[in-house]
Design a protein around this ligand. Structure first.
Ligand code: ADP
Ligand code: MG
Length: 745
């Protein structure tokens, strides 16, 4: 009976408790409360470390009373009871004072030696930690459940995510009442019995009991394992089913043709493809020729040559009379792709309708389509896409707009996937009758289990080697606190580079000028997640801004006479394009920019990147940024400039980036520093964005097993007809809004 979960809490545990749970924690139904798991479990013998309590936070702590004093209030009627409690560690920081106003119960119950669980918000008073009027429950008294003293000592105390108004043990009481009221044995169990038995995991009813009222630590550990596996299985089965369903759809087969564009292109290539590029190329060629859609993720370091691989796939489709769309995350990047594709194609790129069919050489019309194009440009591109005149359409998310039509869309390439959601992929695919083939490219190396979790419906290819002649980038941390004089040295270094005919990027975290930095807030977000140890950003010096740095460099003697360009997200589209063009063509020497240069921007002549206040960026972003230099066969150098003290936690991130050029190693470090929600959140917009119990790194083995099991289940039972409970969980997972709706109804 699925309905058990949807029963309102008021019916089960009483209106007053239900209202509290709803108001403070948003828990409305039996299912909500069952799924509100303890954050951890305390053991009776083991007290909370007081020195580690965070100030201004709601805490639950287990402590022993040391001393109690009662006194009358001076100004008003009433009394104050001051209770000093300890965690038994015997240091100056290992006590906290609890202040009760007019609490006769506290004065009577909290005698020295008593152990209790206290709950409240940690404040400070005259430099000492204190809790004011905390809630508490005595722990060393007798027990109602008839356990022996020994059993009681073993019994874990669940500590729930709580608030000052709703302490952990009130939640525990409500949960115990709930468990006594409902018949758990009728709950549907998404885990197939065979798998449950295979892994020795408890059935759902037993698992809920073990999570909320464990008799010993083994019980809750086992129950949590079960729920973790369940979560992984639901997610992986959803992805496997999605993948299987897509694989069934008809698509436009585009087998490679002799004597077409692709052959002409290969013949003109100024370099030989790497082994990896050839390998992936063969895979793509075969999948494009099939009459079911390709669904592939292509991972590769910045500069590993993904764009060439994608372009070859596009040409194969165009050769067969189809169209290809390339979707880029920003306008700058879309324009860059457009320009560089036309450059790379050379005479194979047709110049508008006028020259169509003018020669015997096969050619293709490439058009750009972005949101901020002028009306005329935009209409021309729209028409070329709809008529089929344009073989390759490059654009931003404007391509997803419903006004955009294609005559015969055969392939969609999405660059830098991490900024695109699943829905956007689907929107673009919906633009043609047969499902277009899909190639997603990302330069952010993704550990295997993350790929499985986020892109589990895609096949994966990796380009591991960089094209020959690419020397790895040398990265140095420049600490201005220890060496203030190095700032001059940086600009002198930039000058040397420019005098040698090379170019320089200077990257700043913010735009500056007047007003808010809306355009590049992403940089700040990244800094926030990457730098959990930083504390709130506003406590720090303002970060280097493009505006301030441009002004500063104009006064810098070492840079006298150099040509400085500016690029950031708030410029007009034409200004952006002009700035990029000027830098790409070498008519500016030094480009001061925000992270808009992060993705895809390709200027082979740039050899030095100076990242100011580099500690504001996350590991992955720094790695992406520095990939912009040293692309032309010259040694690339990246300077990570910081004003943080040596040893500051955020500086260790910079050291990490300086110490490795292996994107996969860095991605792993990066993930270890991030909150889980951020990993999935960026790509799963509109879906439930966080995992409840799973951690993609810690639980890699669980995810791998669940994936294998899910593939088997979907293989045997594609529509999950014999797995109704699992299917119901997937539907609830994929449609959280619907779930909420049901709860209300
Ligand atoms: P990515 O998109 O993976 O960052 P690109 O496809 O933009 O990489 O390639 C980066 C640069 O390397 C481009 O200038 C491209 O022309 C060049 N390139 C690509 N493949 C090769 C190769 N096999 N040998 C030499 N240069 C290559
Ligand atoms: Mg690229």
């Amino acid at each position: 009976m699925a309905a058990q979960r949807e029963i309102g809490l008021a019916k089960l545990i009483g209106g007053a408790s239900a209202k509290k749970l709803k108001d403070h924690l948003g828990l409305a139904t039996a299912g909500d409360l069952l799924d509100h798991f303890p954050r951890r479990y305390a053991q009776r013998g083991e007290l909370t470390r007081i020195a580690e309590l965070p100030v201004d936070t709601d805490v639950t702590l287990l402590a022993r009373v040391v001393k109690v004093t009662n006194r009358k209030m001076a100004a008003r009627r009433g009394s104050i009871t001051e209770v000093l409690v300890t965690d038994g560690l015997d240091g100056a920081l290992d006590t906290i004072s609890l202040t009760f106003f007019n609490s006769f119960a506290a004065a009577r119950q909290l005698t020295p030696g008593t152990v209790a669980m206290f709950s409240g918000r940690v404040g400070t008073y005259r430099g000492r930690l204190q809790l004011t009027n905390p809630d508490y429950v005595l722990l060393d008294g007798g027990s109602a459940d008839g356990l022996s003293a020994e059993e009681l000592a073993d019994k874990p105390i669940p500590v729930y995510p709580a608030t000052a108004k709703l302490p952990s043990w009130k939640i525990a009481q409500a949960t115990e009442t709930l468990l006594a009221q409902i018949d758990l044995s009728t709950l549907p169990d998404p885990l197939p019995a065979a798998l449950r038995e295979h892994y020795g995991l408890p059935p759902i009813a037993e698992a809920y009991r073990m999570v909320h009222t464990p008799v010993n630590a083994q019980e809750w550990a086992l129950a949590r394992r079960r729920f973790q596996y369940e979560e992984a299985l639901v997610l992986q089965t959803a992805l496997a089913r999605r993948k299987a369903q897509h694989a069934q759809l008809p698509s436009r087969p585009s087998p490679a043709r002799r004597g077409g564009l692709l052959e002409a292109f290969d013949a003109r290539l100024p370099f030989t493809l790497t082994e990896g590029q050839r390998d992936v190329g063969r895979t793509l060629a075969a999948e494009l020729a099939a009459n079911h859609p390709m669904n592939r993720l292509l991972q590769g370091e910045v500069g590993s040559g993904k764009t060439v691989v994608a372009l070859r796939a596009m040409l194969q489709v165009v050769d067969d009379g189809g169209q290809a769309a390339l979707l880029a995350p920003t306008e700058v990047l879309a324009s860059q792709h457009y320009e560089s594709i036309r450059r790379t194609l050379g005479p194979l790129a047709r110049d508008g309708i006028l020259s169509a069919g003018a020669s015997d050489v096969p050619d293709v019309e490439v058009v750009l389509l972005t949101g901020s194009q002028s009306g005329g440009e935009r209409r021309r591109s729209l028409l070329a896409a709809a008529s089929g005149e344009a073989g390759i359409v490059v654009g931003t998310h404007a391509l997803l707009s419903e006004h955009v039509q294609f005559a015969d869309l055969g392939l969609v390439v999405v660059d830098e996937q991490h900024r695109f959601g699943v829905e956007q992929r689907d929107a673009l695919r919906a633009k043609s009758l047969a499902t277009p083939h899909l190639l997603v490219m990302t330069a952010t190396p993704i550990p295997r289990t993350v790929a499985m979790t986020v892109f589990g419906d895609l096949e994966t290819s990796v380009l591991r080697e960089l094209p020959a002649g690419r020397s790895p980038i040398a990265t140095h941390v420049v600490g201005l606190v220890e060496n203030p004089s190095w700032e001059r040295r940086i600009w002198a270094r930039a000058r040397e580079e420019i005098d040698a005919g090379q170019q320089v990027y200077v990257v700043c975290p913010t735009i500056g000028e007047s007003g808010e930095d809306e355009g590049d807030l992403e940089a700040l977000d990244e800094a926030t997640w990457g730098g959990t140890a930083l504390g709130p950003l506003e406590e720090r010096q303002p970060a280097a801004s493009v505006a301030a740095v441009v002004a500063q460099l104009a006064e810098e003697p070492a840079l006298a006479g150099t040509r400085v360009g500016v690029l950031h997200g708030r410029l007009e589209r034409t200004e952006k394009a002009a700035a990029m063009e000027a830098f790409a063509s070498g008519s500016t020497d030094l480009l001061v920019a925000t992270t808009v240069v992060e993705v895809g921007v390709d200027v082979p002549n740039a050899t030095l990147m100076v990242i100011l206040d580099a500690d504001r960026f996350g590991i992955a972003q720094l790695h992406q940024l520095r990939g912009r230099v040293g692309r032309g066969g010259h040694q690339g150098t990246c300077l990570l400039v910081t004003s943080l003290e040596p040893g500051h936690p955020s500086r260790t991130r910079l050291e990490a980036v300086a110490s490795s050029t292996d994107g996969f190693v860095l991605a792993q470090k990066d993930l270890e520093n991030r909150r889980e929600g951020d990993i999935l959140g960026a790509t799963q917009s509109g879906r439930r964005s966080t995992l409840r119990l799973l951690r993609v790194l810690r639980d890699a083995d669980v995810i791998e097993r669940a994936r294998a099991d899910a593939l088997q289940i979907v293989g045997d039972d594609p529509d999950l007809e014999r797995h109704a409970d699992l299917r119901a969980s997937i539907d609830a997972y994929l449609e959280p809004e619907k779930e909420v709706f049901l709860e209300r109804g």
